[in-house]
Design a protein around this ligand. Structure first.
Ligand code: AMP
Ligand code: ZN
Length: 493
């Protein structure tokens, strides 16, 4: 029996505005699509928050025993500078400014994205498709939408006809907007405009001669509209209807609204069962964004080289900070908040260490089964990680009381507690045992080198019990010793 069979998971569905019981389309399987980054610059911490929320969600589904196909794309074409249908392609613009090939820009920032995510201990998605790898699929969808009468061609570009779509479907249902209000609030079209209405959006744009990212198509040389890639890739890998579509709150409109319109126009049915939106990371109370300069890069946090924070913070501390907020709440980054998270993170890690060596007794003062159930209840309530963490700290309190001899725990309960704590902390929240990446790492190296020396001396004296103990205790702390020809080296996981 899989764990999900005994749990009742509820998810807040942005489409219905309600928490709903999660029932996958195919029993035991979850199909999840999350809009990935536009790879024209280094990911900032705000981007990472959205992806981390979905990493935690992916982890929890896997923990429950579901077979998950998690698709997170890479946007490497089609995303224009003003997020609508005008302006230069973000990647082409960067390539022009830095005198690089667009694909050099894409490669540089895709590698950066992966490096940062690895530091944060993300699990890789099942498929990571690119927009440029799916131009043919995107053209096929355009042909289908044109054929069904929901799009029109003008001068080498193809636009989605929102008014036509709205006659039979409901444009705006995800973001709670009404087409007539949108029309009332937009400017009149000018004679140069190609669109029939400002609400219409591009499926295919004609490439001007200077536009370097271009593909031949039945409508002439051009490139796909931004919203189309996600419809093409989600349909291809997850089907015409799939379980979960996620992204940041700021993508609800127009991006996700347009995805719904494209999929419904093309396939005649609603593409997604549960729409999930992660909330924004702010700094100084304002949304963290590339465009405003109000942002901080993860690397700057790990190295301490920034003007916002008083010191460096390890990736797991930052992850712990993120997990202390519910994914649908706004979270503000500040030095104080990170310092508090660092303390909390160390208390939690220390308690896990203490637990490993805790002496057991004949009776338990601590009802571990009930405590564990509360942890699952929190996660089943729309992935409520802050409540889960509060529950973990209840266990930390009890662990310390047992250590002080004020309470006791049976061997069976201790094992159960260890298993559950490890599952919640490492598997679900994705935390790691980590040391700092700043000056403290030099101190750590010094201490480990000293222990390596003691171990060598112990071996020279044939005191293998001590030498093994040093190796094992370090391993329990996540520090692996490796004996080689050149002597002993170590790595920290
Ligand atoms: P982009 O690379 O601009 O397409 O954005 C990648 C992802 O980051 C999207 O899902 C955005 O919603 C998300 N995002 C952008 N800014 C923030 C922020 N300040 N907090 C959380 N997520 C964000
Ligand atoms: Zn998308």
């Amino acid at each position: 029996m899989q764990l999900y069979q005994s749990q009742s998971l509820k998810i807040y569905n942005s489409l219905s505005g309600k928490k709903e019981i999660f029932e996958p389309l195919n029993k035991g399987h979850v199909g999840m699509y999350v809009c990935g980054p536009t790879v024209y610059s280094n990911v900032h911490l705000g981007n990472c928050r959205t992806f981390m929320s979905f990493d935690m969600i992916f982890r929890y589904f896997k923990h429950l025993g579901y077979k998950v196909r998690y698709v997170r794309n890479i946007t490497d074409a089609g995303h224009l500078v003003d997020d609508a249908d005008d302006g230069e392609d973000k990647i082409a613009k960067k390539a022009r400014l830095e005198k690089l090939e667009p694909m050099e820009v894409v490669q540089r920032y895709t590698v950066d994205f992966h490096n940062i995510l690895e530091k944060f201990n993300f699990l890789p998605p099942s498929i990571e498709p690119t927009a440029t790898g799916h131009i043919i699929e995107q053209m096929e969808i355009i042909k289908e939408i044109l054929q069904k009468g929901y799009a029109y061609e003008v001068n080498g570009s193809v636009y989605f006809d929102v008014a036509k779509f709205n006659e039979t479907n409901e444009y705006g249902k995800l973001s709670g907007r009404k087409l007539k209000d949108m029309i009332a609030n937009t400017r009149e079209l000018t004679a140069q405009d190609e669109k029939k209405s400002p609400q219409d959006f591009a499926l295919w744009k004609k490439a001007e001669p200077q536009h370097i990212m271009r593909w031949p198509s039945p409508w002439g040389d051009g490139f796909p509209g931004w919203h189309l890639e996600c419809t093409a890739m989600s349909t291809k890998y997850l089907g015409e209807t799939f379980d979960i579509h996620g992204g940041g709150m700021d993508l609800k409109f127009p991006h996700h609204e347009c995805e719904i319109a494209q999929a419904e126009a093309c396939n005649g049915r609603s593409p997604v069962k549960y729409w999930m939106h992660a909330n924004m990371l702010t700094m100084n109370g304002k949304k963290m964004a590339k465009s405003t300069g109000n942002n901080i890069l993860p690397g700057e946090i790990f190295s301490g080289e920034n003007t916002v924070l008083s010191k460096a913070f390890a990736p797991s501390v930052v992850r712990f900070f993120m997990m202390q907020a519910h994914y649908t709440s706004i979270l503000d980054l500040s030095n104080e908040a990170l310092l508090a998270s660092e303390k909390g993170y160390h208390r939690l890690m220390e308690a896990l260490e203490v637990l490993a060596h805790l002496e057991t007794g004949a009776q338990s003062h601590f009802d571990v089964e009930t405590w564990k159930k509360l942890g699952y209840d929190a996660m089943n309530d729309d992935f409520n990680t802050p409540i889960l963490i509060a529950n973990l700290f209840d266990a930390v309190k009890r662990i310390n009381l047992i250590k002080e001899g004020k309470e006791s725990i049976t061997p069976g309960d201790k094992e159960l507690l260890q298993q559950a704590m490890n599952a919640f902390v490492f598997e679900v929240l994705g935390l790691e045992r980590q040391s700092l990446g700043n000056g403290n790492s030099d101190k750590l190296s010094g201490v480990v080198e000293l222990l390596i020396q003691f171990r060598m001396e112990a071996r020279a004296n044939k005191d293998f019990a001590t030498s093994d103990r040093i190796r094992d205790e370090l391993a329990a702390l996540g520090i692996q010793l490796k004996d080689g020809k050149e002597g002993t080296t170590f790595s920290v996981s």
